[in-house]
Design a protein around this ligand. Sequence first.
Ligand code: ATP
Length: 368
Amino acid sequence: LVEGEPRAAFGHVRMEGVSRRFGGAVALDRIDLRIEGGEFLALLGPSGCGKSTALNCLAGLLPLSDGEIWLDDERIDGLPPERRDFGMVFQNYALFPHLPVRKNVAFGLSVRRVGKAEIARRVDEALRLVELSDHAHKLPGQLSGGQQQRVAIARAVVLRPRLVLMDEPLSNLDAKLRVQMRTEIRRMHQALGLTTVYVTHDQEEALALADRVVVLRAGRIEQAGSPEEVYTYPASTYIAGFMGYRNLLEMRVESRTDGRITLADRGLRLTGVPQGEVPGETAVAAVRPEDFTVAAGPGESGSAGSAGGNVLGVRVEVSEFHGREVAAEGVTGDGQVVHFRLPERVAPGTRVNLTVPAERVLVFGGRE
Ligand code: ATP
């Protein structure tokens, strides 16, 4: 595939009311999703939320129980996988072990009876793109995991697919390689003008890669938006938990003033910003560990800090050195666990006062 070469143009792919059941279990529940041509879309959610099912329905590997899939004005949910012209990259690479890299990448073109010279040209391009030209004659078993995954990517993009579907392609790689390959996948997506749907349970991966993140929960779309939107304004405690709001503190509603709500419980008082309706007598305060800062001097938990911030006194139980930061866990006087950061490690039992501005505390209606 030559960079910048015009592609089989398409405007968008649409899932309309797509459901998939396995016996009585509903894996996908009336999904409506539009994937724009050129977009990088991440399907994010924990194990079992339906990500792979959604991808396999798009690919044609799983028939739908209900609903339709459209590519512009062509209905495609009745088409077999090979007629959809989509590329797939899986977690386990799925390479042919007895074929050298070159033949693995060429395989789909050979099956499609593309001419020899054309195959050679396109395979060369694809291998150069994934920086494997020097390994073309090796067998997959002679390559590292990261290199094998690059072969799988080359094999998918060499077919010039209209849509590339990736199912946790990096999850078998070590942490450093994962980050490196992530950048490569994004670069390739841009260079080739691909349209990509990428399944992951890793929020960092989704945020780093995608133009748009779609969070699934129990087979339904819980939130869809840009990485910045989903990260900054999670639509629920479920998504907040995924987006690094490690502290989800269920507390009693104590008072409401314009645009603010104060929760109290177990020796803790937190004022925050309500996210949508918060009608009940209890609510959940969501706070990122890194949004707490350590206040100087001892103070009373629950007292109003300067500038309307929250102050809470905790006893440190664990502090771990993580290189750039120290991650700590502590408890309030009444045993409420709080996660936060410290400037340095401290002895267990040390008392610290934490502050967090009210605008950094998101308040959600009672936990669903
Ligand atoms: P994971 O990250 O673990 O792969 P996922 O979000 O991709 O999870 P799916 O694999 O799509 O989730 O599964 C969604 C639900 O459908 C799960 O409850 C799963 O048990 C069920 N499921 C998926 N495939 C089948 C199948 N072939 N037969 C029966 N149930 C299935």
